[in-house]
Structure formats: C-alpha cells, structure tokens
Design a protein around this ligand. Structure first.
Ligand code: SF4
Length: 412
C-alpha cells in the first residue's frame, strides 16, 4: 500500500536486491530483539500493533509490507519482486539508509561525519554532553536531487564534489556516492586540462612543493598547487586523500563538531618544550599578537586558530574563517617562536640613519612586499614600486657600503 507517493520519475531510484535483503533482514532481526526497527534520516520502519505488517514511513510516502513477506524474504529471488517494486516510492530513503548504515557504517567516526558533511547531511553523532543524536528528518529527496548534479563543498583550498553513482557507470545502484577533488582555483577547468589521479597516495607528491617548486613546511598554507583532480573516489579514498593533503583536519573538525576539541593554548605548549625550544616561554606576551599575525591569519594558514595565550587570555589577532580548527601552536610556529624569543631578548637602541623621505618609505615598501609574498610579482619595469629590484639595488648601492647600512647608521 502506498500513500502520498512522490514523483518517482524525479528520483528514478530503485531498490537493488542487496539493499532489499539488508532492509528485510534488519527489520526481521531488530523486531525479534524487541528493538525499534529503523529510525534514520526521516525513514522509520516499525511493525503494526496487530503484527500483520510493517509500516515503512518517510516524510513523503508510506509503504506497508506484509509480515509474511518479510518472513519469507530471501527464500527465492521471485519473492523479492513485490517488495522491491513496493519500495520504489521511498527508494531514496531506503538506499540512503543502506549507504550510511551498511556501506559507510562507522557511527561516531570522523570519517562518517566528514562524508555526511560533504553532501550537506546533518551529522548523526550523539552530543558529547547530552548523549542525544543530532540527526533529524533531513530532506533526503532534496539531498538526492542535489547529489544528482553534484554537491560542492570547500575544505581549505579543496573543492570536493559528491555525486550519486549510477548503475550505468559500473556501480551497483545501491545509492553509493562518488567524489571528486580539485583545487578551488580549478573550479571551472575542464577535466581534460587537469592531471588525472585516482590513487590517494598520489596526493603526497601534490602537497610537497608549491607552484615555484619550494618545499611546503606547513601543509595548511594556502600554497597548494593547481592543475590536478582526483575523480571517481569512494568515500574511503576521499577521506584518505583529504587526510594526506590536510593531515588531522578531519579528526579535529569532528572533535569540534562533537564539542570535545581539546585545545592546548600557548602557555601550556611553551611550558612543555624542552631542548632548544625551551626558550619559547620567554617570548613576551605582546609578541604573541605579532606571531599570530605573522603566521596564523588566513593569508598564511587555512586553519582557524582556536588556541589563545591562555584559556582566559585571548589573543586579539583575527582567528581566521577556516572550516577546520587549529588546536595548538604547530611545529612551524614553535620553531619561529624560538627565533623571535631570542631576538626579543636583544636590547632596543635608537639609530640615526640618513635617508630621504622617499628612501625611508621605500624601506617600508620592501618590508611589506616581502611580508606579503609579492616580490616575484613586481615587474622589473615597474620602478614606481619601492620594492622593485632596480629600486632596491639602487638604494643598496647608494646607502649600504659593505652590504649594510653600517657607518651610515649611528648607534646613539
Ligand atoms: S599554529 Fe597557526 S600557522 Fe600553525 S597550523 Fe595553527 S593556525 Fe596554522
């Protein structure tokens, strides 16, 4: 019996034999255990009070299957035909249940949460404090519609597209998803113009160097090379590829979603350092503003900084808008802090330097160009830019005997 059936043409989904078998088996077994049968993403299955049938309910349609059909299911292929056809109006809900509970599985894992995020599904993790599951009757039909054309999400510099896999492309038609990853800057590039990959291990090479062939010490720096894509990935391969490109980001994002991200603030991190990094706890408090401005803002790192100077002492620098959080000062920041801790121990002096106003401004232009990574963009012909190579060489020739401001600068 079908009530309020949706337009099946718009979904075009059938319930494959293995999905049907899994569904009937689950209904049968959980019913024997006296458990509620299924309650997932708006799909509810339960036995009628008189025991004659099972009611399979979704927000758009309800199907009833006789108890004898459920009991006989699996006996022969022919016995599957009727329930299979009866389930067509709710096929998206059934295949959605199958994909998440049977194919993906891993309740409460970061992998599952990330895959659900990729297609805009609500997370189904229980809240850490209340134990309540957040999943709601999300509109599976709307989600399936979006998955038909591809749900696009951005994770750092990655553009991830989730799609429904069709039987025509060699999949089983059980509602599996396939994923594609490319650089956000390649959003409009045709597949033919991109280097094709399908092995997550290929990502190791992609993340190692930037466009200029320089080693990338910080994997979350916005310097990922363009010109590649991973296509036809399974959920597991998608997660492995993302983990290679941005290590630990999925796990920390998931902890944050569950409300149990354990943050190590600057003081805790600094105080536990030993050996050559022991000095970083001597970095002055105000220097943390400069350090985070130098290293942690969005232009330098795609993580959203969640650590502060101490739990009750925030750092004013912008935390960033990244999807994934940063839970502690990273090794690059610790290494840089060692240098700054040593430099900050130097005494300040007043210097007297003979420069024209334009030359003084030029020093600022040079510092800004280096700090913003603009040096390579300044054309040789652009002598109006103070950081132009010829302008800098002219200043050096005029004011820097022996390669430094030396005798020109007087320590007063
Ligand atoms: S400490 Fe700063 S630079 Fe390092 S990963 Fe975190 S936000 Fe990025």
């Amino acid at each position: 019996m079908v009530e309020d059936a949706p337009d099946v043409e718009t979904t075009g989904w059938r319930v494959a034999d293995e999905v049907l078998e899994a569904l009937l088996e689950t209904i049968r077994e959980s019913d024997e255990d006296g458990q509620p049968t299924i309650d997932f993403d708006g799909f509810v299955a339960e036995r009628l009070a008189d025991g004659s049938a099972y009611r399979l309910e979704t927000p758009t349609a309800t199907v009833e299957i006789e108890a004898s059909t459920v009991a006989d299911a699996g006996a022969s292929p022919a016995s599957r035909d009727d329930p299979s056809r009866a389930l067509e109006p709710i096929a998206p809900y059934v295949t959605n249940w199958y994909v998440w509970e049977r194919t993906v599985g891993g309740r409460e894992t970061a992998r599952r949460a990330f895959l659900r995020w990729c297609e805009g599904a609500p997370l189904d993790d229980p809240d850490v404090e209340t134990g309540e599951t957040k999943t709601d009757a999300s509109d599976v039909l709307e989600r399936y519609d979006a998955l038909e054309s591809g749900v696009v999400r951005h994770w750092g510099e990655l553009e991830i597209t989730a799609r429904l896999a069709r039987e025509s492309s060699g999949h089983s038609g059980c509602g599996e998803r396939v994923y594609e990853i490319r650089h956000v800057q390649d959003a409009d590039a045709t597949d033919e113009t991109l280097e094709d990959h399908n092995d997550p291990r290929d990502a190791r090479e992609i993340v190692t160097y930037d466009e200029d062939g320089r080693y990338r010490p910080l994997k979350t720096a916005p310097t990922l090379v363009t010109g590649w894509h991973f296509a036809g990935l399974s959920g597991d391969d998608l997660v492995e590829t993302v983990r290679t490109i941005y290590p630990a980001t999925i796990a920390n994002w998931h902890r944050e979603q569950r409300g149990d991200l354990d943050v190590d603030h600057w003081l805790e991190t600094a105080e536990r350092q030993t050996g050559i990094y022991d000095v970083i706890d001597e970095l002055p408090r105000e220097a943390l503003e400069w350090l985070t401005e130098a290293c942690c803002v969005d232009s330098q790192c795609l993580k959203r900084r969640e650590w502060e100077y101490a739990a009750d002492e925030p750092i004013d620098t912008d935390h960033g808008d990244g999807v994934f959080p940063c839970r502690e000062p990273c090794s690059l920041v610790v290494a840089a802090a060692r240098k700054w801790a040593i430099l900050e121990s130097e005494e300040e002096k007043t210097w007297e330097l003979e420069l024209t106003t334009t030359e003084m401004n030029q020093l600022a232009e040079i510092v800004n160009a280096v700090a913003d990574g603009r040096v390579d963009e300044i054309r040789e012909a652009d002598v109006y830019d103070g950081a132009n190579r010829y302008r800098a060489r002219y200043l050096r020739a005029k004011r820097m005997d022996d390669g430094s401001f030396g005798e020109e600068a007087t320590d007063r």
